[in-house]
Design a protein around this ligand. Structure first.
Ligand code: ADP
Ligand code: ASP
Ligand code: MG
Length: 409
């Protein structure tokens, strides 16, 4: 089918060095030569974003959000222009743009800006003139004309949003693994590639820590029903299709995948006077401070006081601890404790909607392996347990085996 609009996103590891960048350029050219209009979204090379963040922190441990966005957005600007040069060398026309240049308009929330609209005029013009268009991922420009970024892993979101805006025929996410696996294949050697997965399951896997796709990108793909093909930039093999309804078996497997995240920390406010409205007070303060809270456990009240524990992202730990200490002082609670040495393992599957017993099986498997559970939370299609950081990888392997995910077809 000539003249398809093909959107392709290449992640950081796919363009980590000159050789890989050239390999990506080859692949892009092969699509263009078969008549496709190709729009490429590219991430920063390798670990560039992390390196830029640590550079900034060396200079100022409390950098301003605006300057951080100015800084980290440059990573994608480098890779996009280099990619255009690699395509020129192959005698095809290509043009690179920043997010701002192509009119990816966002709100003003630096580091996690939301896309409001995308002006497609310039991209369409260049595609129609036969050029390969390359857009720097992860970034936009705010309604106040400031450079913004879309949250870590945000190039996935740039790609999906541009695919929506251009009504693309295909949206491919190229990465360093062959698709979506039953768990992170770098942590569990027996992880199996999944051919098809629903938006709902992918959303839950991503939200629980499977970093292969950014959660917000999957949300947008689901909202606009844009199937995504996640595949390797190192091979020609078919990857995983993420879609609304998968053509798998008549019945879905109960458990589709397991995840591990070490990016959260736990806060406990001790000896809280047990009065109505306390939880609302704590979590309102967290919301006002822009701190996202994940799991919450309030223990039984004894002596008319209770302990309240919750998890937050490690990035916002110091802010969350400060807020908690202020509240504890205000209401005459006890001390505020925090623990960074935790990991969260999660079991995910839409089949859990109609099958009971998954939680019991999960807890028994962890207990049989002497892994203590610190906190538990459940959703309709997932169960998460907080364990000691040292037990995290073992817990992941135990759960993968318990639910026989290595036998996934
Ligand atoms: P990119 O730079 O292409 O955006 P990421 O590093 O963001 O790549 O995501 C790819 C990585 O996600 C893989 O290398 C893999 O280690 C990890 N990963 C975690 N969970 C999964 C999973 N369930 N399936 C595939 N990869 C996963
Ligand atoms: N470079 C950004 C990050 O490392 C965006 C991305 O890779 O998608 O988070
Ligand atoms: Mg990524």
């Amino acid at each position: 089918m000539p003249n398809r609009i093909v959107v392709q996103k290449y992640g950081g590891s796919s363009v980590a060095n000159v050789e890989r960048l050239e390999n990506v350029a080859e692949r892009i050219c092969s699509y263009s030569l078969q008549g496709d209009k190709v729009l490429v979204i590219v991430s920063a090379m390798g670990d560039t974003t992390d390196e830029l963040i640590s550079l900034a922190r060396q200079i100022n441990p409390n950098p301003s959000d605006r300057e951080m966005d100015m800084l980290v957005s440059t990573g994608e600007q480098i890779s996009s222009s280099l990619l255009a040069l690699a395509i020129h060398k192959r005698s095809l026309e290509a043009i690179s743009f920043t997010g701002s240049q192509v009119g990816i308009i966002t709100d003003t929330d630096h580091a996690k800006a939301k896309i409001i609209t995308i002006e497609t005029k310039r991209i369409k013009k260049e595609l129609n003139s036969g050029k390969i268009v390359i857009v720097a991922g992860y970034q936009g420009v705010s309604i106040n004309k400031e450079i913004t970024t879309l949250g870590r892993g945000g190039s996935d979101l740039s790609a999906v949003a541009l695919a929506v805006a251009l009504k693309a025929d295909i949206c491919e996410i190229f990465t360093d693994v062959e698709g979506i696996f039953t768990t992170d294949p770098r942590l569990v050697a027996k992880a199996k590639k999944i051919d098809y997965i629903t938006f709902d399951e992918m959303l839950e896997l991503a939200a629980r820590g499977a970093q292969v796709m950014q959660t917000r990108a999957v949300e947008v793909a689901k909202k606009y029903n844009i199937p995504l093909h996640v595949r390797s930039s190192f091979s020609k093999k078919e990857g995983t299709i993420i879609m609304e309804k998968t053509p798998n078996n008549i019945e879905d497997p109960v458990v589709r995948g397991v995840t591990l995240t070490e990016s959260e920390a736990k806060i406990t406010i001790c000896q809280v006077p047990d009065f109505p409205g306390f939880a609302s007070m704590v979590f309102n303060k967290m919301t006002q401070g822009n701190v996202n809270v994940d799991m919450i456990v309030q223990n039984m009240s004894h002596d008319k006081t209770t302990d309240l524990s919750f998890t937050v992202s490690k990035d916002s730990l110091s802010k969350a601890v400060k807020l908690s200490e202020n509240i504890a002082r205000e209401i005459k609670a006890g001390e505020v404790l925090f623990d960074e040495n935790i990991a969260k393992v999660s079991v995910v599957g839409v089949g859990m909607r109609s099958h009971s017993g998954v939680a019991a099986k999960c807890f028994k498997a962890l207990a049989d392996n002497k892994i203590n559970i610190g906190m538990i939370s459940t959703s309709e299609i997932s169960i998460s347990c907080v364990v000691k950081k040292n037990d995290g990888k073992k817990a992941l392997r135990v759960l993968h085996k318990t639910f026989e995910l290595e036998k996934t077809k």
